[in-house]
Every structure is written in structure tokens, then in C-alpha cells.
Design a protein around this ligand. Structure first.
Ligand code: S3P
Length: 178
């Protein structure tokens, strides 16, 4: 059993595997897993898709920031953020100051393919679009978002690094102890 000293924030584009890998890491560490998108849905009583339609993206970003920054009240956990979370307001700086940030980095083409294949996820920015259109959106958003993602303490190619190496990194960074 490990003790986590600070939050571990998983960041990266939609479809980079933040929730899947976050759940796995939390289980290995014996700590809670928190998904900010899930909290959003619970707190607002509607899907993110429905919220975007009714109130727009700007309102979503305000609430997303509130949900993120409320996490300082919570016991250190593994936290999966939304793909846009680090790129709005002072969220990236806040995460760097309040935990350790891990960037799950995948090539744009692979992200687009994974988003196209995962149709059951409700993602208003890419839903129902053809593959070429999704790739265009990923390329365009990455142009501005990568500057935020790249600030993360640790970068990992989601498909190459296994959870053990992430845990080794957390030890080295003095974020966990046995
Ligand atoms: C978004 C990513 C989504 C969700 C919302 C907006 C984005 O989260 O927060 O649909 O702007 O990239 P996931 O990265 O978990 O899909």
C-alpha cells in the first residue's frame, strides 16, 4: 500500500487514455480515482454534450475550472482531467502548483482514429464527424493546446510506458511513499 502525498493529474487530448490509465494507476496505488468529466455530469445533472448545447462552451469552461480547483479539498488522488482542462484560465499552473502533472502524449493521427472508433463516448467537439474532419480538429486544437500539455512534469507515450514506470517516476519525484 502506498501513501500519495499530492494529487496526480493526468492530462492530454481527448482519447489519449486518461480515464483508463488513471483507473489502473489508482488501483495500483490503492487511492481514489477521480474523473473531472464525471463530476461535471453529476453536479449538473446532464451530459457534457447536453450542457454544451444548452449553455455553450464558455460556461462549461467556467464550471470545469471550479470543479478542478475544488479538488484541493480532497485527499490526494489520481485525477483524470478533460482534454481542454489544462488549456483554459490558470488551470495548468494550478495543477502544477497543487500536484504532479502527467501528459499522456499520442500522435494526432492515432488520437483521431481512437476518437472516431470510440463512438459511445459523448464528446461534443468531435461527435458524429468523419475521420478526416476529426483529424483536422485534432491538428487545429493541438496547435494551441500542446503548449499547455508540454508544461507537464512528466510526459509519457501512453502506448509505450506501462503503469510501473509511472509509479517509479512518482517515487523518484517524492510523490508517493510506501
Ligand atoms: C473536451 C474533452 C472532454 C470533455 C469535453 C471537452 C475538450 O474530456 O471535457 O467534452 O475540450 O477536449 P475527455 O478528454 O475526457 O474526453
Amino acid at each position: 500500500m502506498y501513501t500519495l502525498k499530492r494529487h496526480v493529474f493526468l492530462i492530454g487530448f481527448m482519447g489519449s487514455g486518461k480515464s483508463t490509465r488513471g483507473k489502473r494507476m489508482a488501483k495500483m496505488l490503492g487511492v481514489e480515482f477521480i474523473d473531472l468529466d464525471d463530476i461535471f455530469v453529476e453536479e449538473n445533472g446532464m451530459s457534457i454534450q447536453a450542457f454544451f448545447k444548452e449553455y455553450g462552451e464558455e460556461e462549461f469552461r467556467k464550471k470545469e475550472k471550479e470543479i478542478l480547483q475544488k479538488q484541493h479539498l480532497v485527499t490526494p488522488s489520481v485525477i483524470a482531467t478533460g482534454g481542454g482542462t489544462p488549456c483554459y484560465a490558470d488551470n495548468m499552473k494550478w495543477m502544477i502548483d497543487n500536484g504532479i502533472t502527467i501528459y499522456l502524449k499520442l500522435p494526432n493521427k492515432l488520437l483521431a482514429q481512437r476518437l472516431f472508433d470510440s463512438k459511445h463516448h459523448k464528446r461534443p467537439l468531435v461527435d458524429g464527424k468523419p475521420l478526416e474532419e476529426i483529424l483536422r480538429i485534432v491538428d487545429e486544437k493541438m496547435n494551441t493546446r500542446s503548449a499547455y500539455y508540454e508544461q507537464a512534469h512528466f510526459h509519457t507515450n501512453s502506448l509505450e510506458h506501462n503503469e510501473d514506470s509511472l509509479i517509479d517516476y512518482l517515487f523518484a519525484a517524492d510523490v508517493i511513499k510506501e
